[in-house]
Design a protein around this ligand. Structure first.
Ligand code: GLN
Length: 193
């Protein structure tokens, strides 16, 4: 089974680890550079992206994370994790630290202007309807040609799931529903890459 890290600076670390285990991976928590080196792939949970950037810097993980993403490590970012993987952010703060990697513009707190949190039923990667939980979630404003759109959601038919090569991102929190299809999709990606 692939060893998949969960970045454990903040967010639903335990829930992601449980979903990864159900999807057939071996989950481990990542808080230090040496732990990052030991994983085949990484999940970046939700939380608050500006805080996560600061914590990554404080834990001396920012550069190691950027280097591993740049060198092709598969990564899956949920919500704040999606923001971390975006090449460009709308509504970010001055000096906000991210990793980048996916050629897209992500708007922070986009749905939050209308509804702080909500659930929607959506099709994820053609794998049937999925109940998605959004919490002060971003949406994807636009994507480059190399980015595959894996899901859209109401309100607004917004892009909420994307993939570019080894990088996967969703605006929503699949770790909260007990539905492991998104994690299974990621584990399959890791096995294929
Ligand atoms: N609003 C948060 C941010 O901008 C993301 C919310 C979440 O991860 N649930 O980072």
């Amino acid at each position: 089974a692939p060893t998949i890290g969960v970045l454990a600076l903040q967010g639903d670390v335990r829930e992601h680890a449980r979903s990864l285990a159900s999807a057939g991976a071996k989950p481990v928590t990542v808080r230090r550079p040496a732990e990052l080196e030991a994983v085949d792939a990484l999940v970046i949970p939700g939380g608050e992206s500006t805080t996560m950037g600061k914590l990554a810097e404080a834990f001396e993980l920012l550069e190691p994370l950027r280097m591993r993403v740049k060198s092709g490590m598969p990564a899956y970012g949920s919500c704040a994790g999606m923001i971390m993987l975006a090449d460009r952010i709308e509504g970010g703060i001055e000096g906000q630290q991210t990793l980048g990697g996916i050629d897209m513009v992500v708007r922070r707190n986009a749905f939050g202007r209308q509804v702080d949190s909500f659930e929607a039923s959506m099709d994820f990667a053609g794998r049937g309807p999925l109940r998605a939980v959004f919490i002060r979630a971003p949406w994807v404003e636009s994507v480059g040609t190399g980015v595959e759109v894996l899901g859209r959601a109401e309100p607004g038919d917004r892009i909420v799931a994307v993939r570019q090569g080894p990088l996967l991102a969703t605006s929503f929190h699949p770790e909260l529903t007990g539905d492991t299809r998104v994690h299974s999709y990621f584990v399959e990606m890791v096995r294929e890459l």
